[in-house]
Design a protein around this ligand. Structure first.
Ligand code: MLT
Length: 251
């Protein structure tokens, strides 16, 4: 886990199949708040522990991390799978959330074809390791501009995906496959919320993110130009500005 800075706590929850280092720019330069970036169970440097892993168990882990850090409330900021975890966190630990930032995330449960694709990806990872997953996934994650002009995020992304622990990846795939449909409880979210999405996100199109924003009372929507699925890595300065404005509003 990385923990740095002072002020309102912001819990940064990574996507799949990434780890806490995807928040490097936020850890380094997002000012006037305390940033806490854990590795989700089984990913990065976190042990897998008991299985099955579910969105609920990831969410309970986050609450335990806040306990360990002696933090009562935090802004919960999740990207994609991190957003699925954030929905569960809101359901189970609402009193610990001071605000919610959902990046490039959607609220629907996995459709039947998606469930099959998750199982297939887990089989490939277990049989052949992360390289074929990396080749398949990474080109779809970034905006064209990022691929053309920014070698660093691409390299970092490839490294993260290639080094992701296979057992943790398989567990995360199962958790995403079985995740609940969060649409039913979006209307009950009553903390300040910001939805962010990359203008060129091919995994979570703008409409999916906009649906989330429309369903949460008072939520804002910010579209990040020149970013695909991972605005905090692709457009870190702009993403940090959005986050800093949001955090100053909930302080
Ligand atoms: C992520 O970035 O966490 C994934 O794209 C989520 C997903 O595959 O649904």
């Amino acid at each position: 886990m990385d923990r740095t800075g002072r002020g309102v706590a912001v819990l940064l929850v990574h996507g799949f199949p990434f780890d806490r280092t995807m928040w490097r720019s936020q850890l380094r330069t997002l000012g006037r708040c305390e940033r806490i970036a854990p590795d989700l169970r089984g990913l990065g440097q976190s042990d897998l522990g008991i299985r099955p892993v579910t969105m609920a168990s990831y969410a309970d882990d986050l609450a335990r991390i806040l306990d360990l850090c002696e933090i009562q409330t935090a802004v919960i900021c999740g990207l994609s799978m991190g957003g699925y975890v954030a929905f569960e966190f809101m359901r189970r630990h609402r009193e610990r959330a001071r605000g919610l930032v959902l990046m490039d995330s959607r609220a629907e449960a996995e459709p039947p074809e998606g469930r099959l694709a998750r199982d297939e990806m887990a089989r490939v990872a277990e049989r052949e390791g992360m390289r074929p997953i990396c080749e398949r996934l990474v080109p779809r994650l970034l905006a064209e501009r990022t691929v053309r002009t920014r070698a660093k995020p691409l390299e970092h992304l490839r490294k993260m995906v290639l080094s992701a622990p296979v057992r943790g990846v398989a567990a995360a795939l199962q958790a995403m496959r079985d995740r609940a449909d969060a649409r039913a409880w979006l209307g009950t979210i009553d903390v300040p919320t910001l939805v962010i999405v990359g203008a060129e996100d091919r995994i979570t199109p703008i409409e999916a993110a906009a649906n989330v924003a429309e369903s949460i009372p008072g939520a804002g929507l910010a579209i990040v130009p020149g970013a695909g699925h991972i605005p905090p890595m692709e457009r870190p300065e702009l993403t940090n500005r959005l986050l800093a404005d949001f955090v100053s509003r909930v302080s």
